[in-house]
Design a protein around this ligand. Structure first.
Ligand code: EPS
Length: 386
């Protein structure tokens, strides 16, 4: 789904750390560990997070691809150490060990556990859960922030906010004159990344109640991007379509179960005349009277803000576990439980921002090209239409 950029992550949740490579970035992009670190801090926040986030202070080291603060055009390599590793050196030892290690044998409904052991033929669910853990999204946010920096340099901003936790909804519309950066500044001050203070309090109460019941909750969030030119993506082939590329990357994130673009599912209950965004002319450029399309028409950006909504299911590790079966004895027992998050929806909104940054940077480089930032900017100045 990526055409010009490539990225790969590696690493187990309680292993030494996470590795990431981003290939295809042009030379001359200014990037620092502090810039990446600011995004990692945002991913660690949120009411309802578990004990792990108290242990980690996620920080990405730039190992390669950058010299004197600027990208070289070579692959950018990042490394994030897991602080928790020191508590897991035996259980997660790379070398064979003689000590007895308790195996995880009770698959959690909703997690990768059962399908994972069947697929790989493991007798210990830990071999599955270490990599399938959402810990991996730390590296996605780190690499995604390099893409974000490229977008910022050409005037594209990406932001998000939480609009629902369990049954508690925030119906506050985002004002048109609020930029994604301003949206993030307000949302980041809320422990649940929600714009309305009273709704945020109700959301936190719901999270606390779920915690008291040994349960977990999911929710919905909105992601927006502004400053886009016409024509990212294309209508000419299935894998060129911008919305297919966005949804492909978004749905690769743990626990993301659905995505809407613009007016999304609600457009199924409306007439065409109510859904499609009428076109105007302001003397210099085309304008729109609405943005129900969410910034994408015919698989291309249409110079309007991209507006997406995603749903995250409740995290499947439950402190009051569901029924399961021991993979060795076939006895019915409660599922495996371990330290977990009651709610990770605020963090999920940051991960979704990062995924959108990958797609937009990729589509931008595909359309405008350039081996360096100067070339990319010159190509955009010469041909981009807004
Ligand atoms: C996460 C780290 C994990 C979990 C969470 C996300 O750390 P640990 O397993 O040590 O508590 O907190 O992942 C899950 C709940 C899951 O089911 O995968 C992180 O860094 O975001």
């Amino acid at each position: 789904m990526m055409h010009r950029l490539k990225y790969l992550t590696a690493g187990e949740s309680h292993g030494r750390g996470l590795l990431g490579i981003l290939d295809g970035m042009p030379a001359g992009l200014e990037i620092t560990e502090n810039y990446i670190g600011d995004q990692l801090v945002r991913r660690q926040m949120g009411h309802g997070r578990g004990g792990r986030m108290k242990i980690e202070t996620d920080r990405a080291e730039i190992w390669c691809g950058v010299r004197h603060g600027k990208t070289l055009g070579s692959p950018v390599g990042l490394l994030i150490h897991n602080k928790d590793w020191e508590n897991w050196t035996k259980k997660m030892s790379v070398e064979p060990i003689d000590d007895h290690i308790n195996k995880v044998t009770l698959p959690r409904p909703g997690h990768a556990d059962l399908a994972g052991i069947q697929k790989y033929g493991f007798d210990d669910i830990r071999n599955v859960l270490e990599r399938s853990s959402a810990r991996e999204t730390t590296m996605r946010v780190a690499l995604g922030s390099v893409c974000r920096k490229l977008l910022v340099e050409v005037g594209i901003e990406v932001g998000s906010r939480v609009i629902q936790i369990h049954h508690v909804k925030d119906d506050t519309p985002v004002f048109e004159d609020l930029s994604p950066d301003q949206l993030n500044k307000i949302a980041d001050k809320s422990p649940v990344r929600c714009l309305d203070k009273n709704t945020a309090i109700a959301m936190m109460k719901t999270i606390d109640e779920a915690k008291a019941n040994g349960d977990s909750v999911g929710g919905l969030f909105e992601v927006v991007a502004t400053g886009l030119p016409y024509g990212l993506g294309s209508y000419t082939q299935w894998d060129q379509k911008l919305h297919a590329r966005i949804t492909g990357l978004m749905m690769s994130v743990n626990a993301f179960k659905g995505i809407e673009i613009g007016s999304g599912f609600s457009s199924g209950t409306k007439f065409g005349s109510e859904v499609h965004d009428e076109i105007g002319w302001d003397g210099e450029k085309f304008t729109r009277y609405s943005n129900n399309a969410g910034g994408i028409e015919g698989g291309m950006s249409n110079a309007q803000p991209i507006v997406l909504r995603m749903v995250m299911k409740p995290i499947p590790t439950l402190i009051r576990p569901l029924r399961s079966v021991d993979i060795h004895t076939k006895e019915e027992k409660d599922a495996y439980k371990e330290r977990t998050d009651v709610c990770a929806v605020p963090a999920a909104s940051i991960i979704a921002e990062s995924m959108l940054c990958f797609v937009l940077a990729d589509a931008l480089l595909e359309k405008f090209g350039g081996d360096s930032m100067d070339q990319l900017k010159a190509h955009m100045k010469a041909t981009a239409k807004y």
